[in-house]
Design a protein around this ligand. Structure first.
Ligand SMILES: NC(=O)c1ccc[n+]([C@@H]2O[C@H](COP(=O)([O-])OP(=O)(O)OC[C@H]3O[C@@H](n4cnc5c(N)ncnc54)[C@H](O)[C@@H]3O)[C@@H](O)[C@H]2O)c1
Length: 346
């Protein structure tokens, strides 16, 4: 069977901890090129994975043997590198948030369409076992109507994650555009859309509470109203001293608790007193020492090789991006923002 030849653009933390090891462990993939503006980073990863090192991403993208590209770069580069790759007839797996504006995200989707190539956004929360099991339970109707939810993603901040530590691009508005909301909030916007449906209105407070080295937000609390009328909260923060990746969904016949207990990643507590606690695969966190697959890379590879639309297409990435852009707008204008109007605003 033909193997997929990939180029990984950006050799920072997400490439080192997820993309490169997960491509490497997929028997249907060859890592043929790696690229980073910092030459030693490209050379180091090239040596580990037996690939060619580049410092200019165009050189890596334009290699004839490259079939697919992973975009593991600061947010402001996602759209341009994705579009260049698609126009070079390569499939793309782009990191989140997909882009820094709706226009950019739309241009990325148009590039995928005109080149007939796959575009997937790395919203790995959809592949977490507890989240998938919760989706099955909700879709089966077993818990009845959804009444409300709260979803949170918080940790101490990217200084403990980015390859450049506290001087990282994550803290710079020009490169990141958005802080904890774009880093973490967009994951939960995608998760809640996956579990409950589309978001119709957003209200938000988006603040910088804990960091002095940044021009972006590090603490946000949002209220979401869904198309179904359900209301709930989404919080994203770089100010927590411990990791919180939890979601609670309150339903007619019981409550689902996801990633809210270290021993049981899904707890179902029925109104009649029954309790079912599931011990499923662990969610991957920044603190993980041992490799745990996110399934994101395997899903992208499968989608390309089997010519199937990935679960998180560019259209899905755009809708999740729209939730956080609307939250920023709601915060700035002190108004509730209706999502369908967002494209006219940005
Ligand atoms: N899916 C997830 O759970 C998840 C987790 C963390 C980060 N991310 C996303 O991954 C992306 C990258 O984040 P990271 O944590 O790896 O950041 P990082 O700071 O660790 O690494 C970024 C790398 O990009 C390189 N770079 C910058 N400009 C470049 C250019 N023009 N050409 C080539 N290389 C360039 C830098 O030298 C650096 O090595 C971000 O969009 C981030 O939001 C996703």
């Amino acid at each position: 069977m033909k193997k997929l030849n990939v180029a990984v653009i950006g050799c920072g933390s997400i490439a080192r901890k997820r993309h490169l090891p997960e491509y490497h462990s997929n028997s249907q993939v060859n890592i043929v090129a790696v690229c980073d503006v910092v030459e030693e980073r490209a050379k180091e990863m090239a040596e580990v994975y037996g690939a060619l090192p580049f410092t200019n991403y165009m050189d890596a993208i334009n290699l004839a043997e490259v079939d697919a590209v992973s975009v593991c770069l600061p947010n402001y580069l996602h759209a341009s590198v994705t579009i260049e790759s698609l126009d070079a007839k390569k499939h793309v797996l782009c990191e989140k948030p997909m882009a820094i504006s709706i226009e950019e995200a739309e241009a990325m989707n148009q590039a995928a369409e005109r080149n007939e190539k796959k575009l997937m956004i790395a919203h790995n929360q959809r592949f977490v076992s507890s989240h998938q099991k919760a989706k099955q339970l909700l879709d089966s109707g077993e818990l009845g109507k959804v009444y409300s939810f709260r979803t949170t993603f918080g940790h101490g901040g990217p200084e403990n994650w980015s390859i450049d530590g506290s001087s990282s691009w994550f803290f710079n508005k020009e490169a990141a555009f958005v802080g904890a909301m774009g880093d973490l909030g967009v994951h939960k916007a995608d998760l809640i859309r996956y579990l409950i449906g589309e978001v119709s209105e957003v209200g938000a407070f988006v603040e910088t509470a804990a960091k002095s080295n940044t021009t972006v937000d590090d603490n946000a609390v949002c209220i979401l109203k869904m198309d179904s009328g359900v209301v709930g909260t989404l919080t994203a923060s770089w100010s927590y001293s411990t990791n919180d990746n939890s979601t609670v969904i309150y339903c007619e016949k019981g409550t689902l608790q996801l990633e809210n207990d270290p021993d049981y990643s899904l707890k179902v507590e029925y109104r009649n007193g029954d309790r079912v606690h599931h011990k499923l695969d662990k969610i991957q966190t920044n603190d993980d020492k041992a490799p745990v697959t996110t399934h994101t890379i395997d899903h992208f590879v499968e989608s390309v090789l089997n010519d199937q639309t990935p679960l998180i297409s560019g259209e899905e990435g755009l809708k999740s991006l729209q939730v956080i852009l609307s939250a920023l707008e709601a915060n700035e204008t002190k108004q509730i923002v209706e999502l369908r109007k967002t494209t006219e605003v940005y």
